[in-house]
Design a protein around this ligand. Structure first.
Ligand code: SF4
Length: 292
């Protein structure tokens, strides 16, 4: 299998075969992100993709899920994605789900008909970096989408029958704003009904614009306590039937996951216990999180 440069995939895809269809990220301007800063965006050739699929077919008797790399492969044109999906199905007729990362912009660039055709080619679940339910925060992060666009495009995705796993950030609104950020983000989640909600704590990585803002005192980071209170509020307010809450990302202070509403009470009790009995010297600190 050919892999170029750094590779990032959501932790729950740890056991999924990774197929490189792009390198880097087509957006590459989010103010907090340095993942692909030194990796120019490129599109993998169909010849190489086919070589990798042939190699995988030799290795695996049965494959029902595959994850397309890299930062936002849904940026590819619909025809290219359809051609890739058709190749995957030709090699793996048993394939059930072709998944990948997508931005709200990537969805906006596809027609309703494109989305339906991609769904019919088993692209039926995608990971979307939504990050926030606050318009000002989204602008600050330079995500490339507005809150209105997030509502609209996630609705179009659902209409086409494509499930989404929504990725959101904690601590990203800054000190004193976490609870309101959780309220606004829960409102977006409840309206757009993801299959999974993943949360990651904002990091201040060397070279990112956000880390420069912190160093120059232009952004006031939240303490660990504020971040946990934000996460607790989110867990409390998510009102989607049988949604998986994934908080086990290694960048988070507390590994907490479960299904809502089923596990809500247990999860809230865990958070309350940590907030009440955790070491104040840690809870009241600002942890820079300068690497993944
Ligand atoms: S957060 Fe995602 S969309 Fe933004 S620059 Fe990083 S990889 Fe690209």
């Amino acid at each position: 299998m050919k892999y170029t440069g750094p590779i990032f995939r959501p932790p729950p895809e740890a056991n999924t075969l990774l197929l490189q269809v792009t390198v880097g990220c087509s957006h590459n301007t989010c103010s907090f992100c340095t993942m692909y800063a030194d990796t120019p965006f490129a599109v993998e050739t169909m010849e190489q993709i086919e070589r990798d699929l042939a190699e995988a077919r030799n290795r695996y008797d049965r494959l029902t899920r595959i994850y397309l790399l890299n930062g936002d492969p849904f940026a590819l044109g619909a025809n290219k994605l359809k051609a890739i999906a058709e190749k995957i199905i030709a090699y793996f007729p048993e394939m059930e789900t072709i998944t990948m990362y997508a931005s709200i912009r990537n969805i906006k660039q596809k027609s309703d008909e494109d989305l339906k055709q991609l769904r019919s080619l088993r692209i039926n679940e995608i990971w979307v970096g939504v990050e926030s339910g606050d318009d000002e925060v989204l602008r600050h992060l330079r995500k490339g989408h507005s809150l209105k666009e997030a509502y609209e495009q996630l609705a179009r995705l659902a209409e086409a029958g494509i499930d989404h796993n929504g990725m959101y950030m904690l601590g990203v609104a800054g000190s004193g704003k976490g609870i309101q950020h959780a309220i606004d983000t829960a409102r977006l989640i409840n309206a757009t009904r993801p299959r999974l909600v993943g949360v990651t704590t904002v990091g201040f990585f060397d070279g990112s614009d956000l880390s420069r803002e912190v160093m120059e005192n232009r952004f006031s980071p939240a303490t660990e306590r504020e971040i946990l209170e934000e996460e607790r509020t989110l867990i409390e307010l998510i009102d989607v039937e049988n949604v998986e809450f994934f908080g086990d990302h290694p960048i988070n202070a507390v590994a907490i996951s479960g299904f809502l509403p089923r596990d809500r009470q247990d999860m809230l009790e865990t958070m309350d216990h940590i907030l009440e009995h955790g070491n104040p010297a840690i809870l009241n600190r600002i942890v820079p999180r300068s690497s993944l």
